[in-house]
Each structure stands twice: as C-alpha cells, then as structure tokens.
Design a protein around this ligand. Structure first.
Ligand SMILES: [Zn+2]
Length: 329
C-alpha cells in the first residue's frame, strides 16, 4: 500500500513537472493590462442590506494576454469576484487582498476577458429620512467606456443625481435605474456622482419585493471554478489527458485520498484540474429562501445553481456553509 502511494506520488510529481510550472508560479505569470474596454459600476443603495451594494462588471481591452492580473482599489474587501467566459460561465476567483490606507487593493488573476467584483460599503450619509451618497471612482485603468448606474431604493420618489443620468429604465419591482454614460477615462481620473434621496419607508428592496435575504457566496468560500456540469466534465477529461492518461487516475485518486483535505484545498490550482476543486464546489442551498429568478438579468435559475447561468450574478439566498453567521450584521 505504502509503495503504491509512493508510486502514485512519483507519477504525480513527474506529470505535474512535465505539464508546466507549479500552481504557485502560475499565480505570478499573469500579464498586467493597462486598459479596459469597458467598466460598468452599479450602485444599489439599501438593496438587500442597509449599506450600498457596488457591482463592477468589466471587460479587458481586446488583445489582452490571458491570464491577466487585474487590480482594483476598493474601500472594503469584495464579497464576490469572478471571471466570466464567452458562454456566460462563471469562474469564482480568489483575490489577493492587501491593505492600502483606508481601503484595500484587490488583485485577481482571470483567464477570461470579462470579470465581476461585488462589495458592500457603508457609504450612505443618513440624516433621518434623508440620504446622501458622494460616490468617487478613481479610475484603476484607462477605460474606453465607463458607465455608472444607480438603482433606486424602495419607496423613494425624489432621487436626485448630480450630474444627471443619461438614460432611465425600469428594473425589477418597477424601480427606476439611472445610467450615466461617462465615456473614456484615463487611469487616475476621478469621476464623481452625488446621489441623494428621501426614504421614509424603512424596507430594503429585498424586503419590499420579498426577495431572499442577501447571502452572496464569498470569494474565499466560493468554488475555485464553478463551471457548468458539462464543461466541468470536459475540463476533467482534459486535465486527465494532460496528466498522461487514464491509467494514472487510479494512483492519483489513492494519493489524493491520502492527503489531508485542507492541504488539497490550498494547493489546488485556481482552475483546471477539476476533480479536486469541483468536489467542494456545490456548496449548500437554503431551501425556501432561494431566488427563483436572477435579480440582475431576470433569467430563471436551475434548481441547484449558485450563480446565474446567463450573467454570472450570485444567486440571492444561496450560501456556502459557515458563511451566514460569520458575516451577518
Ligand atoms: Zn442573471
């Protein structure tokens, strides 16, 4: 048994060595782009928490070599980070977080040209029913097309924006969405948006519209790569082929079984080598409070989905184990 394990280990070392650099090296191998094709920043005050939900959706400039390392300065740690592939598949990313003055520098390596970051920030000034948000975005990159967007909170009739929005549209629950097309910005440019409104109905959008309570999957507990089943299967096949054939699978399986679960997690590459990362990828779903439709794009969810298959947004009401108590305020 012991010698079998050693054989398996040797094979694994051999094949990983032949297949390319170690995962740790891959993390450093990404290119650092200097521009983005587009960035949409969505600002949702009092949506499903009393704070403001910020969602960044970006796309790398055409021709950016992948994987690419992207860095954003945020006021707080993100609650979600993902790369989005051409077929709208969502790939959870685990960003590196570095303190930077009053905020954090969030660095993700993405193998896909589109990405998404989310965070909640206590950015509202509240004086009785009066609310004010002075949003400042300091461009992390040169961006060809920057767009800002505010979704109205529930029960608000007097939302004022300075400067005014370019376009208005209807979002879920008949709430108005205000979009401002900023256009191209240079790295370091500051874009400001003053948002003010009066809110006498204390309910959050999620309460008023009876949406599930917020429990987005945290990046550090999200599956390393959450891909549709079919794609995950192909990926697994590819990974096995890369390891030198199906014969190795048995030895690898034995070896993996012998390893402590924690070390398997830590050393698992960010994506690819699907079996190890996929095993912990399903998470758990709280039945009964799951969103049936994506709050972002309206697509219906598959029964056990953690993310929208169409746009990649985390499903409201879904959560990973251990998450709810740790983060509930
Ligand atoms: Zn969606």
């Amino acid at each position: 048994m012991k010698s079998l394990l050693r054989l398996g280990l040797a094979l694994v070392v051999l094949c990983f060595g032949a297949a390319g650099p170690a995962p740790a090296l891959l993390v450093r191998a990404g290119t650092t782009p200097d521009r983005l094709a587009s960035l949409l920043i969505s600002i949702w005050p009092e949506y499903d928490r009393p704070e403001v939900l910020f969602v960044y959706r970006g796309e790398l400039a055409a021709g950016t070599a992948l994987p690419a390392r992207i860095t954003f300065r945020l006021p707080v740690e993100p609650t979600f980070a993902a790369g989005i592939d051409e077929e709208e598949g969502v790939h959870g990313l685990r960003p590196a977080i570095v303190r930077d003055g009053s905020g954090v520098l969030v660095t993700c390596e993405t193998s896909w040209p589109r990405f998404q970051l989310e965070y909640y920030h206590d950015a509202l000034e509240k004086g009785g029913p009066a609310r004010r948000l002075a949003f400042v975005y300091r461009a992390d990159y040169a961006i060809d097309e920057l767009t800002l967007e505010v979704r109205e909170p529930f029960g608000v009739a007097d939302l004022a924006l300075t400067p005014p929005a370019t376009i208005q549209s209807q979002a879920e629950g008949g709430l108005t969405e205000h979009r401002r097309l900023v256009g191209p910005v240079a790295r370091g440019d500051e874009v400001r948006w003053q948002i003010s409104y009066t809110k006498r109905d204390p309910r959050l959008v999620s309460e008023a519209l009876d949406l599930p309570a917020s429990a987005p999957v945290r990046y550090d507990e999200a599956p390393a790569s959450s891909v549709p089943r079919r794609e995950a299967g192909e990926r697994a096949t590819r990974a096995l082929l890369g390891l030198g054939g199906v014969a190795l699978a048995g030895a690898l399986g034995l070896w993996l079984r012998g390893r402590p679960a924690s070390s398997a997690r830590v050393s698992a590459p960010a994506e690819g080598h699907a079996p190890a990362s996929r095993a912990g990828g399903r998470g758990t779903l709280r039945e009964g409070r799951l969103a049936r439709y994506c709050h972002w794009c309206g697509a219906s969810f598959f029964r056990d989905a953690l993310y929208c298959r169409k746009c990649g947004t985390p499903r409201r009401g879904s959560q990973q184990p251990r998450r709810s108590r740790a983060r509930r305020r």
